[in-house]
Write a protein that binds this ligand. Sequence first.
Ligand code: SF4
Length: 508
Amino acid sequence: MSIKAKTKASGLSGTIDYQLTKTTYTFGVQCLKRLYMEKHEPALATPDAPSTELRKMRGVEIGNLAHSLYPKGILIERDSEKPAHEATREAMENGALTIFEATFIYDGVLVRVDVLNRKNKKAPWQLIEVKSSTHLKKEHLPDLAIQTWVLKNCKVPLEGTYLMHVDNSKPFPATQDLMKLTEDLSEEIDEHIEEVPKRIKEMKKVLSSKKPPEAKIGTQCEAPWKCPFKEQCWKNVPEPSILDLYRYPVDERYDLYHSGIVKITDKRIEPTNEIAKRMIEVEKKKKPHFNKELVRNKLTNEWQLPYYYLDFETISTPIPRFNKVKPYNKVPIQFSLHIQEKQNGKATHKEYLHSDGSDPRPAIAKALCEAIGNKGTILAFNGSFEAAILKSLAAAVPKYASQLKLMAERIEDPQILFREAIYDSKFLGSFSLKIVAPAILGAKFDYNLLEISEGGAVELFFDEMNQESTPGKKKEELRKQLLAYCKVDTEALVELTNWLWSKLSKGE
Ligand code: SF4
């Protein structure tokens, strides 16, 4: 499969046909089958999760910020009449010092360089890749290598290859100095550049094949990016399988799987921890695990009524928006709180969602301090997160600092109790609320049925709700969906706690 550019005019490379881009090249490095599927079977891909969409959106914001650092930079448009690689050549010949999306093609590989920069018209170029991450990651190296390889073969004189990333030590209102350039990475990418010709040959062969290459499932299905074809390749993996075994060394679990040890009840498996042992026992006995003594001790001796069930939703942006916030700091934008005065009693509900573009922290701190009394346990699933948010609120809103710090100390985490005392076959080795709640309480807590089914969507919905251009009716819809998503977490927690009490009282 080849993509034809608009004219047959020769560019810097002498040809304008291409089969690969820097993005598809990185897919091929992740897995050759993924590369094939992206080209030949794109309809089988699972649509992007909100977290992926969010990452792309933030990437665009960071790209724009990087461009603003070079006010005289020339952008090579993708959709203009002139082929992008020709426009790039012209800009270079006309003495441009900075070019955005500079486009080159060599041996069927097209790359667009985020920023190509030089100090003066005679100086060699800096190849700069812009990322919204806070540091260089190993998955960036093949991406940098393919660009460098193409440019070198297009005879572009290079001074070095760099990554521009977010500097997460810079608090708001940093903007111009928010981006940081690495040292020259030429040495780091050397061995990746050596692999490029062989890899390209292999990838082209795969792309021209009539069927996908054989590929064993493995760590590459989840990292560095979750593969959108997982549903296809994993459809025959039973649940639970050795791949779900709690904290089992990740490479070993795939080795075992491919050697035919698939079920967690296989006698040859040696569990490495208590929870893994428990998972196997539960599967063998076909009976959930429930350690009554641990549950009783926790509920009767440690958790104090009234119970405050608390959940925060946060945003975490690369470009900070509020005073003293650093890139990717988590800023709370809403909370849901259920209050239960009596064991198994009816719970009342309070909630707060910040609905304009101002700093949400003062209003959230105030609403929390008005809603949570001085006595009783604050229950939060994965409560270290809520405790950290309360402490960050205390630092940001001194007026309520002492109350908020005391709240953080009152947090108890039911997830720890579940991990220590309870296991059901449907947990599949996970103790996340999104798995535990439907496993114990049934389909009414199936998060997939909500408009927002994962945290990544919260930030997308929140941003859309606060945009001036969003119509009022749409804003109201988004508000309802955000409130519903946060509320379901504390509702689930109330019901899980009621379920724990009922298990104790049944004398099972
Ligand atoms: S799910 Fe795994 S094996 Fe299948 S295409 Fe994706 S990365 Fe390759």
